[in-house]
Ligand binder design. Structure first.
Ligand code: NAD
Length: 484
């Protein structure tokens, strides 16, 4: 195996486990590269104890001191960018360029965390003669971050720098499919000077996630993954009186109008459906083609054919994912849809065991088809032809998800019409992947997110802190004693 068996990372130490292990595959080659422990509640207990022990001292530090760690950590992310990106390529299967963009985003959110002292000063006011009220932000406590497979470096950074800079201590539970990056993050935080126990990694799958939801020593949980599991974590965590923010899956619709700029639209839609092999929650899943659209669709197919597995397209996460994605394509074809670009059966010379699916464009999909309703999570674009913008909006609104939506048009008025009516948390105008950049926050609507607020940016400050309200009277002449 290319990498040694993984260990948990607790209190700054690598902790071996005696339980079961799961093989980790490199999706591009299909080779087993390491093994990940499936931790039990005993290992989780160890991490919670470490995080609880580290909490009082860490929370008591002034935030300006806490963020010094992240200034140093940011330099380390920059220094080791290529190594961290190569690790992402290895365990996730995306291309090196995509992995570098992922680490760049981790750097951006770390920079945001460094700016937190400027964003969270409290409030104070003299509310009565000689009496003042002040409000300041305190950490929530020990928090857990549960991550999916598709961004093994970036998603942990959506939560970790902000949560820790705001005074919390953390347990990260990465995806068991892409767990290697998490340990490296722990090592780099240690190198940056983070005290032991403030950040811990516990590996595993369902059992340890359920343990996190139930553990009385954990105060808040952030989750990113599928809607099915987001609902489980949200219900179970909140029923145990924890604060939970759970981001779920997506089915993003791009509404394309006849006046859209042709090349800009074709390149944006192709990049959105195929980037990270379609395995991102912001990927284009469905293009709602309003009116006459043949020339844009032709260009789009031309763009899609330039995307070559093993060159500018990575692999999907597992053989099972490849089979699932190809199954959706075949079923749509059997139901009457027309495959314009077919990515089934893709192989890469020299990497014959890799899990590749080529870019796929399917025309004449209808709303009743499973491919139009469910999250495919592969480089597949369904085109649904509609006559009017309102018909397109109805289809978008009817989706149970609501992560992102986009409109392609040259008309400001039409764009505004869609911006106001699309039922999604993140909207793009002539942009296929409308990820908000810091300080703007990331988070969807509907079944794409459960809980209040967003996971990054300014909105996340609410999630990672509690308000302490203090009323102060030092002046003995101040006679105020409130009765209610
Ligand atoms: P997943 O839901 O299968 O796994 C996410 C996490 O939950 C992992 O850590 C996993 O170990 C754990 N888990 C899996 N099954 C569980 C169960 N039954 N009980 C408890 N825990 C369980 O998601 P994934 O396949 O790793 O990631 C892909 C999904 O994540 C897609 O649906 C994608 O849209 C979504 N995603 C959403 C966002 C967003 O911002 N909304 C971002 C990235 C990924």
């Amino acid at each position: 195996m290319k990498y040694p068996k993984l260990t948990n990372f607790i209190e700054g130490k690598t902790i071996k486990t005696n339980g079961r292990y799961l093989d980790i595959y490199a999706p591009q080659t299909g080779q087993i590269i390491s093994q990940v422990p499936l931790s039990s509640s005993k290992e989780l207990d160890q991490a919670v104890t470490a995080a609880r022990n580290a909490l009082p001292e860490w929370a008591a530090l002034p935030i300006k001191e806490r963020v010094q760690i992240f200034y140093r950590y940011r330099s380390l992310l920059e220094k080791y960018k290529v190594e961290l990106s190569e690790l992402v390529v290895e365990e996730n299967g995306k291309t090196l360029d995509e992995a570098i963009a992922e680490v760049d985003k981790s750097i951006e959110v770390t920079e945001f965390a460094c700016s937190l002292p400027q964003l969270i000063p409290g409030e104070v006011e003299e509310v009565s003669k000689g009496v003042e009220c002040r409000v300041d932000r305190r950490p929530v406590g020990v928090v857990a971050s549960i991550a999916p497979f598709n961004f093994p470096n970036m998603v942990p950074h959506w939560t970790m720098p902000n949560a820790i800079a705001l005074g919390n201590t953390m347990i990260l539970k990465p995806s068991e499919q892409t767990p290697i990056s998490a340990n490296r993050i722990g090592e780099l935080l240690q190198e940056a000077g983070l005290p032991d126990g403030v950040f811990n990694v516990v590996h595993g799958a369902q059992e340890v996630v359920e343990g996190i939801c139930d553990h009385p020593g954990i105060d808040a949980i952030s989750f990113v993954g599928s809607t099915h599991v987001a609902k489980i974590v949200y219900r179970r965590g909140t029923s145990n009186h924890k604060r939970v923010l759970a981001l779920g899956g997506a089915k993003n619709h791009l509404i394309v109008l006849p006046d859209a700029h042709k090349i800009m639209t074709a390149t944006n839609v192709a990049a959105s459906m195929s980037g990270c092999c379609g395995q991102r929650c912001m990927a284009a899943a469905t293009m709602l083609a309003v009116g006459e659209m043949d020339s844009i669709i032709d260009m789009l197919c031309e763009e899609a054919r330039k995307i070559i597995p093993g060159q500018n397209l990575g692999a999907v996460i597992t053989q099972a994912a490849k089979e699932r994605i190809e199954g959706y394509i075949t079923e749509a074809e059997q139901q009457g849809a027309k495959i314009l670009v077919d990515g089934r059966g893709a192989t890469v010379t020299g990497k014959e065991n890799g899990f590749y699916v080529g870019p796929t464009v399917i025309d004449f999909v209808t709303t009743e088809m499973r491919i139009a309703q469910e999250e495919v999570f592969g480089p597949v674009l369904s085109i649904i032809r509609v006559k009017t913008i309102d018909e397109a909006l109805k289809i978008e609104n009817d989706s149970e998800y609501g992560n992102a939506a986009a409109v392609f048009t040259q008309s400001g008025a039409v764009a505004k019409y869609v911006m106001d009516r699309a039922s999604a948390g993140m909207i793009g105008v002539n942009i296929g992947v409308p990820v908000p950049r810091e300080p703007f926050s990331f988070g969807g609507w509907n079944e794409s997110k459960f809980g209040v607020g967003d996971i990054t940016g300014k909105s996340s400050i609410e999630f990672w802190t509690r308000l302490k309200k203090t009323t102060i009277k030092w002046n003995p002449d101040a006679r105020t004693n409130w009765m209610s």
